[in-house]
Design a binder for this molecule. Structure first.
Ligand code: AP5
Length: 211
């Protein structure tokens, strides 16, 4: 299964990606997570990305496209992959289409999560992430229930940065929904409700689309 998840910040892409990647036994490739991991280990890529992420802007395509293409050449993507946070504009979507086309490995589907802005703001302001394993939580616990790691609030989950991320989504990312609808790949799923019910809805929709 070769999948892309699309949706505004806080729609639950990372939460659903972890569950869907487990279900389909494919790697979860999150560009945001790769940038944050690089930042944590102090690489040049991490430092470069930070200046954009802190403002809620997209990291330049030249950096992001090269990083994703490199990741998609790893052996664990042979049987599929789930992209979370990429592509994020039509130019990235075109680069991805060409890259996969050259390898005769086109996407199977693109899942769009729909959600309103009030719910997004509520979710992002209470989100906490585990420093050690990356698990995402909806409320502030003392520590991670999976590994006992320390929880932190992302730097880009501040009110003014959230507002800019939403603008960037509307201006630059939302057009890829039209792009993928035109390609016949789009599935739209409500991001509201119980997490496991949403996963089930995605799997059901993918089963009827892909099989
Ligand atoms: P990225 O890390 O991709 O962030 P994002 O797209 O803004 O998405 P989020 O991670 O904020 O939200 P999510 O949809 O994954 O929601 P989550 O599951 O955490 O990107 C960060 C930055 O990196 C970008 O701004 C940009 O600078 C850069 N970047 C990344 N990719 C790039 C690219 N391709 N090109 C250029 N730049 C790029 O859920 C949110 C909260 O809601 C959590 O607390 C969760 O527990 C809770 N929740 C989830 N589901 C539910 C539910 N059903 N009900 C109630 N609560 C729920």
């Amino acid at each position: 299964m070769r999948l892309v998840l699309v949706g505004p910040p806080g729609a639950g892409k990372g939460t659903q990606a972890a569950l869907l990647a487990g279900h389909y036994k494919i790697p979860h490739i999150s560009t945001g997570d790769i940038f944050r991991a690089n930042l944590k280990s102090g690489t040049e890529l991490g430092l470069q990305a930070k200046s954009y992420m802190d403002k809620g802007e997209l990291v330049p395509d030249s950096v992001t496209n090269a990083m994703v293409k490199d990741r998609l050449t790893h052996g664990d993507t042979e049987n599929g992959f789930l992209l979370d946070g990429f592509p994020r504009n039509v130019a990235q979507a075109e680069v991805l289409r060409a890259f996969l086309g050259e390898r005769s490995r086109p996407l199977d589907a693109v899942v769009e999560f729909s959600i309103d802005s009030n719910e997004i703001i509520k979710r992002l302001s209470s989100r906490r992430t585990c420093k050690a394993c990356g698990k995402i939580f909806a409320a502030h616990l003392d520590k991670c229930d999976a590994c006992g790691g320390e929880l932190y609030q992302r730097d880009d989950d501040k009110e003014d940065v959230i507002a800019r991320r939403l603008e960037v989504y509307a201006e630059q990312t939302a057009p890829i929904v039209t792009f993928y609808r035109g390609e016949g790949l789009l599935i739209t799923i409500s991001a509201l409700g119980d997490v496991s019910a949403i996963t089930d809805n995605v799997i059901r929709a993918l089963n009827s689309k892909v099989n």
